[in-house]
Design a protein around this ligand. Structure first.
Ligand code: CTP
Length: 441
């Protein structure tokens, strides 16, 4: 790689570097953005490192606010975009540091490369060579780096899953030794790394989390799934390997991927073996939902995401027959907004099972999808509010407000789900009349 190569960097960055240079300071772009450019990718954000102190930086830019003053970071706003400017890292409490010292305190060599438009690439830890070898190697001694911030152990696995890089053996063995220290890290930071691994091209890197020992400290509920075998005609993998195949099969959406990750965790606590040696997991759906609730609360997921994941897990095994009536009932039970996701979950689940049954199972799910689209196209009634009769009509007929009214509306909806032709005011009033006689006789 040509160390004098010219990077295509935004004008605002050049402007920031220029201002700092003109005022006698040195400044470089550094970290993820340099790594991404060298990999031919577009950086998500730009980090600048400088020997200027935050109070100096604040003098040079009209719009600056403190975002991580403890770490020496201020954010300059230029043309409505934020640029993080951080004073060189230092390992001691000394006043000054150098670029090399700053780079020596970063996690991995591929993240410890700096660039300046005039000076070119500065790479004292051979990050470029590791980029070329697709290797994640610590800057210096991995123990020291993990001691400074144990989250870096999880970041190693994350970069391996997002970039498809190999983790160097020295890093792997240091993670094995230090894995319990991950418990000191905040749940939000762990959650975000796990979500990045899950939504990457290689969620199977969870196997590395298992092998290094990290998994039992952050997700013991999933860790034990590696020990749960499934002797059943539908299954050829243990619960964890089945699960990871289903994660890879569903689209890269955070909620859907967490759903797949947790959907069978209840199997670890429900396994029984019958006298023919076949394993069963009766009631695992409900148990998985309880376990998922605990995990999602622990990781402080927002309510909407949690509720969505829990419903999908609860119904992930719901048997739906490929006929209109059965699909209407399933959509009504799940809610229209979430039913298409349930089909995605059920399809993904099939791809983690015995391939012998894959085509048959998928064909049924495709048929269900077709029926669902047809029901939508024809605006068929799926909820109480779609009924051709409402509460006022029932009041006028003599029903009492409250629980009875709710029960009657539910019964009418069930009748309409069975037979959509009943959804006229006249027919529903007739039906309600029959019900009234049986209610108040
Ligand atoms: N860094 C570090 N240790 C951490 C986090 C970050 O040494 N625990 C350093 C690395 O040099 C990293 C830079 O800070 O490249 C920026 O961190 P961050 O934005 O969190 O990650 P990126 O490497 O930029 O990767 P991405 O943007 O893909 O998350």
């Amino acid at each position: 790689m040509n160390r004098k190569m010219v990077f295509d960097i935004p004008e605002e960055i050049i402007h920031i570097l220029d201002i700092l240079n003109k005022n006698g300071f040195s400044a470089y772009i550094v970290g993820g953005c340099v790594r991404d450019i060298l990999l031919g990718q577009t950086p998500k954000d730009w980090d600048i490192t400088t020997d200027a102190k935050p109070e100096d930086v604040k003098r040079f830019f009209p719009r600056v606010f403190e975002t991580g003053i403890n770490h020496g970071t201020v954010t300059a706003v230029i043309n409505d975009t934020n640029y993080e400017i951080t004073t060189f890292r230092t390992s001691t409490y000394e006043e000054t540091s150098t670029l090399t010292e700053d780079l020596s305190l970063r996690d991995f060599t591929i993240n410890a490369i700096a660039y300046h438009p005039q000076e070119g690439i500065i790479d004292p830890f051979s990050g470029i060579s590791d980029l070329e070898k697709s290797t994640i190697r610590a800057v210096g001694n991995p123990h020291d780096r993990f001691e400074e911030d144990p989250l870096r152990m999880l970041r190693a696995v994350r970069f391996s899953s997002t970039l498809g890089f190999k983790i160097d053996d020295s890093v792997l063995s240091s993670i094995k030794e230090n894995c319990s220290k991950i418990e000191k890290v905040s749940v939000e930071r762990i959650r975000d790394e796990l979500s990045k691994i899950l939504t990457s091209d290689r969620p199977e890197e969870f196997v590395t989390l298992r092998e290094t020992g990290l998994l039992k400290h952050i997700l013991p509920e999933f860790d034990i799934c590696f020990d749960i075998t499934q002797n059943h005609p539908y299954h050829i993998y243990n619960v964890a390997m089945h699960t990871l195949r289903t994660v890879s099969s569903i689209e890269k959406n955070t909620a859907l991927r967490w759903t797949m990750l947790l959907h069978d965790t209840g199997k670890a606590v429900t396994k029984t073996t019958d006298n023919k040696g076949i394993d069963h997991f009766y009631g695992h759906q409900k148990k998985s939902m309880d376990i998922a609730k605990r995990v999602l609360e622990r990781y402080k997921f927002d309510n909407a995401t949690t509720q969505k994941i829990l419903i999908l897990i609860k119904y992930h095994d719901m048997r739906i027959n490929p006929d209109n009536k059965s699909v209407r009932k399933a959509v009504s039970k799940m809610g229209e907004d979430i039913f298409p996701d349930l089909l995605k979950v059920q399809k993904a689940d099939k791809s983690g099972q015995n391939p012998e049954y894959f085509d048959e199972g998928t064909a049924i799910l495709n048929k269900i999808q077709e029926i669902y689209l047809d029901i939508k196209k024809n605006n068929q009634c799926l909820t109480i509010k779609d009924l051709a009769i409402n509460g006022d009509d029932l009041l006028a007929m003599g029903f009492e407000q409250g629980r009875d009214m709710g029960v009657v509306l539910k019964m009418l909806l069930n009748a309409v789900l069975e037979n959509p032709e009943l959804n006229t005011k006249e027919k529903l009033m007739e039906l309600a009349d029959d019900l009234e006689n049986s209610f108040y006789k």
